[in-house]
Design a binder for this molecule. Structure first.
Ligand SMILES: *Cc1c(COP(=O)(O)O)cnc(C)c1O
Length: 393
């Protein structure tokens, strides 16, 4: 457990290296990633469980290589993600493919490469997959995604399991579904799929999900469908407030809910699709102070990273812990920490208490391993930030 010896803090050696690298950049601690993966595998050992890593959270090769070493599968939400996963050495039989808007090309690619499942999000999509599979003369493996109408109690932009959301089928479509299925000869129903949202910290939400899953599984059984697997998606949250105190999510508590409440049938497997919980804490965005500018209430700390590298604060009003990792001042000052992009929403935090900071200081924005680098853009013609790893030091 090399990471746990030095929880979070950046070593003097690392900081010296950081000074030589052009900012902003992402820094990933692969030791923490390993500890996280080990912790997951410890919980699922001996259970018919399979964890798929939701690759949209971070697609870097070094990260995927570790994830592959720990034998996770992959969850994709686009054809290019499926291609990327295969290129990175993941076996198609461990790749699940969700998404409300799969194109014909993406469906063809998935069928030809014999992926684990298409997680189907609408009746219309199911018909199209059947047509395409017929043309290719192959059966398409399907899990039907259902909208369980469970409130994930998280930000509305990352809630996906309510009837008003665009994802999955609703329960009132079940009759139509079963009628239709009889005629769809190129569809193989392998499972049912759910994913109710992201950054879920109230774990009782998963208990509600388990109840819905059991009800639905019963409906399928009554109709004569035995399911090969159940896929309960991902969404487990991380501690953005205290990344050093809680670098690894409480997987014991998370998996215990499913161990206790899901009624698995004989031979059935239970699948998970975790993204954020696996990679968020291992990444930090390292930036440099460009200017300290006087404001009316608080001073602005203008840094060289912006919403182009990390859009979460601007998009979801999300909190990331911000640290000045080089100042030696004992004086505490409140700053609005902002980027250089020409948008007022380009702000990482208001009234953030930091040691007295000056031009050239290094700033770490923590917990950026998930939905950071992958959501970066070139707006304002910005350069793409590089990624470095603890192994580079
Ligand atoms: C995004 C996504 C996930 C992963 O979500 P996290 O909150 O990162 O765990 C899992 N399944 C599906 C279908 C998704 O779209």
């Amino acid at each position: 457990m090399p990471y746990l010896i030095k929880r979070g803090m950046f070593s003097t050696l690392q900081k010296d290296k950081f000074r030589n690298w052009a900012t902003p950049f992402f820094f990933y601690n692969l030791n923490l990633l390993e500890d996280t993966l080990e912790s997951i595998n410890k919980e699922i050992e001996g259970f018919p469980y399979k964890v798929h890593y939701a690759i949209k959270a971070n697609t870097n090769s070094a990260i995927l290589k570790k994830i592959k070493e720990y034998q996770l599968g992959i969850d994709c939400v686009s054809g290019n993600e499926v291609k990327h996963a295969i290129k990175e050495g993941f076996e198609p039989k461990n790749i699940a493919f969700a998404g409300v808007g799969k194109t014909d090309e993406e469906i063809i690619y998935g069928i030809e490469n014999e992926i684990f499942t298409f997680n189907v999000e609408s009746i219309a999509e199911l018909k199209v997959i059947n047509e395409i599979a017929e043309r290719l003369n192959k059966k398409a493996p399907i899990a039907i995604r259902f909208n369980p109408n469970v409130n994930a109690k998280t930000h509305k932009y990352i809630t996906t399991g309510l009837e008003e959301n665009k994802f999955g089928l609703n329960y009132w479509e079940l009759d139509t579904l079963f009628q239709l299925l009889e005629g769809l000869k190129f569809i193989e129903i392998k499972g049912i799929h759910f994913h109710i949202g992201s950054q879920i910290t109230d774990l009782s939400v998963y208990q509600s999900l388990c109840n819905r899953v059991n009800e639905l599984q019963k409906i399928f059984l009554d109709r004569g469908y035995t399911l090969d697997h159940i896929n309960v998606g991902g969404g487990l949250g991380v501690d953005y407030n205290q990344p050093d105190e809680n670098p690894i999510p409480n997987f014991t508590e998370f998996f215990a809910i499913f161990k206790n409440f899901i009624e698995l049938q004989e031979g059935q497997s239970l699948h998970f699709e975790l993204g954020r919980a696996i990679v968020a804490q291992c990444g930090s965005l390292i930036s440099k102070v460009l200017y300290v500018k006087e404001g009316i209430k608080t001073n602005f700390l203008i840094i060289d990273a912006g919403m182009t590298e990390l859009i979460r604060p601007a998009l979801y009003q999300s909190y990331h812990k911000i640290e000045n990792i080089t100042s030696e001042s004992t004086q505490k000052v409140k700053y609005d920490v902002v980027g250089p992009i020409c948008e007022s929403s380009d702000c990482f935090g208001k009234e953030v208490e930091l040691p007295l900071s000056e031009r050239g200081d290094l700033i770490a924005i923590r917990t950026t391993g998930a939905y950071g680098e992958v959501m970066s853009s070139s707006y304002n013609l910005r350069d793409k930030a590089k990624a470095y790893y603890n192994e580079d030091i």
